[in-house]
Design a protein around this ligand. Structure first.
Ligand SMILES: *Cc1c(COP(=O)(O)O)cnc(C)c1O
Length: 368
């Protein structure tokens, strides 16, 4: 790789392939694989990631919102796309772009039925989401009679899948809760086939569900974080390769005296002469203020340089006292060895939040 000269997010497609193959090795050959590419593929680059995964043969994609699905269609994605959280205002676009909505309550069911029949659709593929304990989105078991009454006399839509979402699949202390979720889901799907005369696909597992609850793989699994290289535990992390490296450069180095302060509101005050480095990445790039004042660090010359003072919009300052470095040198915020997971945990947050926050201002470089 040429030397880093500005803030970049490098995306390693070979690592993505490794993660995909590892996850595939955990599921039955017949089980379908849905790749979750919402939020710019967890802050990476949805078009690049989805095109690569489409070539690798994923069966489905999921995004959160309709606009994300439209962007994928415009980028040439022809694989089915499940929209997890569509809002009625976008139902016409859903149909126009052949996206498949998750219907999660009576209101959206009825509104989607109305739009689909206005658009003269037959057997339009939809997915029914059921709440089994996350209490976020989803029908309840006692909505089944209503769903049945609405659907038995219409051919406008067809239930392509029924699904649910686990609340704590990565937390083995909560396995009893998760097993109850699986049981609740099984109860919900029990009578569908006899009532409707056909069998939708069933799915429930996210990445940690795939790893921890093989008995709940059903017909399809949905993975996001695993594809991007995180297994949500030290043990599982070893099997994955983080696909993204966030790098930058040192713009300026200062020698400051004892008693001087650094940054806005003078949040850092030095108690000794120190060497500081200013780096062109800030909260507008996704390095949130929680990483300031020593909670976060960057890697320079293979050593940790802690953030000092408050994170600015476009810059951070780090303490490089004792680190051999010069203006123009490379800085690693996270990569495969110094992981986003470790950095996030240091600031009491999680990999998901750090990686999805990397803003569109940061240049993406895709490596094959
Ligand atoms: C985001 C999301 C996923 C992916 O979860 P990971 O933990 O990233 O694998 C799966 N299913 C639903 C419904 C989601 O919202």
């Amino acid at each position: 790789m040429p030397k880093t000269q500005e803030t970049v997010l490098e995306i390693d497609l070979k690592a993505l392939q490794h993660n995909f193959e590892f996850l595939k090795s955990k599921i039955n050959e017949k089980t379908k694989f849905l790749a979750v590419v919402k939020a710019f593929a967890y802050g990476n680059d949805a078009n690049e990631i989805a095109n690569y995964l489409q070539d690798l043969g994923v069966d489905y994609f999921a995004v959160a919102y309709t606009s994300e699905g439209i962007a994928l269609r415009n980028a040439g994605i022809t694989t089915p796309i499940l929209v997890l959280h569509p809002l009625p205002v976008s139902f016409k676009s859903i149909i126009e772009y052949c996206l498949e909505p998750s219907l999660y309550n009576v209101k959206v069911l009825n509104e989607f039925l109305a739009v689909a029949s206005e658009e003269n659709q037959t057997n339009y593929p939809v997915h029914l989401k059921f709440n089994t304990g996350l209490n976020r989105l989803g029908f309840w078991e006692n909505d089944l009679d209503y769903i049945h009454s609405k659907l038995k006399n219409t051919s406008v839509i067809r239930i392509k899948s029924m699904f649910s979402h686990m609340a704590a699949s990565e937390d083995l202390n909560e396995s009893e809760f998760t097993l109850n979720q699986i049981y609740a889901f099984k109860k919900i799907i029990e009578h569908f086939e006899t009532d409707f005369g056909y069998k939708p696909m069933l799915h429930m597992c996210n990445t940690s569900g795939i790893l921890n609850y093989p008995e709940a793989h059903f017909d399809m699994v949905r993975s996001g974080i695993g594809l991007y290289g995180f297994g949500n535990s030290d043990k599982e992390d070893k099997n994955f390769k983080p696909i993204a490296s966030l790098k930058s450069v040192i713009s300026q180095i200062h020698q400051i005296e004892q008693g001087e302060s650094v940054g806005y509101n003078r949040a850092f005050k030095s108690n000794a002469p120190q060497k500081t480095a200013t780096i062109p990445i800030g909260h507008a790039d996704g390095i949130s203020r929680i990483y300031g004042n020593g909670k976060g660090y960057v890697i320079i010359d293979n050593k940790k340089a802690p953030l000092i003072g408050n994170v600015c919009m476009d810059m951070i300052m780090v303490n490089v006292t004792g680190i051999d470095c010069r203006e123009g040198d490379e800085v690693i915020i996270f990569d495969a060895n110094h992981t986003a997971n470790d950095l996030a945990h240091n600031a009491d947050t999680i990999s998901y939040e750090l990686i999805t926050a990397i803003s569109q201002r940061v240049k993406r470089i895709v490596k094959n």
